[in-house]
Design a protein around this ligand. Sequence first.
Ligand SMILES: NC(=O)c1ccc[n+]([C@@H]2O[C@H](COP(=O)([O-])OP(=O)(O)OC[C@H]3O[C@@H](n4cnc5c(N)ncnc54)[C@H](O)[C@@H]3O)[C@@H](O)[C@H]2O)c1
Length: 436
Amino acid sequence: MSEARLVDLIRSHTARLTVIGQGYVGLPLAVEFARAGFPVTGLDSDAGRVAALRLGHSHSPDLEDQDLIGLVRDGRYEVTSDFSVLERSDVVIICVPTPLRKSKDPDISFVMAAAEAVAARFRPGKVIILESTTYPGTTEELLLPMLEGRGAKAGENLFLAFSPERIDPGNRAFRLRDIPKVVGGVTTACTQMAALLYRQIVAKVLEVSNPTVAELAKLYENVFRNVNIALANEFALMCGRLGVRTREVIDAAATKPFGFLPFYPGPGIGGHCIGIDPFYLAWKMRLNGYEARFIHVADEINQSMPAHVVELLTDALNRRRRCLHGAKILALGVAYKRGVGDIRESPALEVLTRLRDKGAAVSYADPYVPSISLDGVALKSVEVTDGELAAADCVVILTDHPEFDYRRIVEVAPLVVDTRNATWGIPAPAGRVIAL
Ligand SMILES: NC(=O)c1ccc[n+]([C@@H]2O[C@H](COP(=O)([O-])OP(=O)(O)OC[C@H]3O[C@@H](n4cnc5c(N)ncnc54)[C@H](O)[C@@H]3O)[C@@H](O)[C@H]2O)c1
């Protein structure tokens, strides 16, 4: 009964949808369903975020304010921090953070809080989907008992599934609707219901056997990326010792048309996912008596990169008879990756903190990040003028934002440490550019 009703509501785009968590993941997802005509509510516990979204201020690089304002004005998207909306929802999708504790163990308190809020207001006949990246087993071991404890029966009056979000904020080539969705429900009916829902907004949906497969698929994607970045970073350390430019070697290897995928070195790993998610798997495996060795080695290499960047910079200054203490260092980019303003876990912040600790006078420029705080000291982004470039003892490129004029930087700055190979191919006097 509730199954047929839900199918009708989804097919006719009249199912009332609530997306819990309106961050980088939840906001674009909610908006995509709203654009498809579903009545959508974004539910977020952060009152400031709710107020900003209501006014049409988007924090997502994938959503223009004008689009958000239009959806709010037309009543297709509303946002609230009132959890009673869950009572009226046919579909609830959970997109809350899954960070690590200081011990590098998973912190699933946000998922638990959201799931408890859903369970407390459960009525038969709902689709509930978890999208937050998490350890294998979360959906079946945590969410299912919470919901079944409220009288729900999976596959009959509750359709529970895991479907990982794979969005890449700021990526214009692959937007939400272009990225295939993987869906694993706790029963076949749950998988089919969740898949039907996503087919309304995404071209390709892959149904897998159960939530654990879907949870693991996401983790494997991010472990793959983390380990390959670590390999590229270690390769850069080796190339440095051999006096070879890493980028040239990787690009040469990448001409092989099969069996190779290029990854490039950088100042470390950042963002909410790549450096964090592997530990969700490592933790679960440890409970199962297995140490995830690749994950630990990769993390060790990636975590060593900020210190390596500082060493590169110190050596480069040293060759010019300058010491780091008292040197003027201009950092270009503090976001964890190109084209976004996200500084969560950004290795650039660690590089800058280490430089300051060693007595350097640090300033930074980032068109996406107007200000940062380094150990409680506030810094404001500066303009990248010829004056700023020429006045620095060293310019260090930490994020390869497309807005920077790399040719000009190489021309004007006396010394450049390029951790992103952003200056690759630009002619420079000998010793001017030091690259990873
Ligand atoms: N950012 C990415 O690129 C990305 C990509 C794929 C997957 N993910 C995963 O998606 C999940 C969400 O990440 P994000 O980047 O959107 O996080 P975020 O921090 O940008 O947003 C999370 C939002 O959830 C809200 N929130 C927290 N607890 C809540 C609760 N109990 N009830 C209501 N709202 C609550 C917060 O206020 C915040 O606005 C994480 O598991 C992350 O690993 C992120």
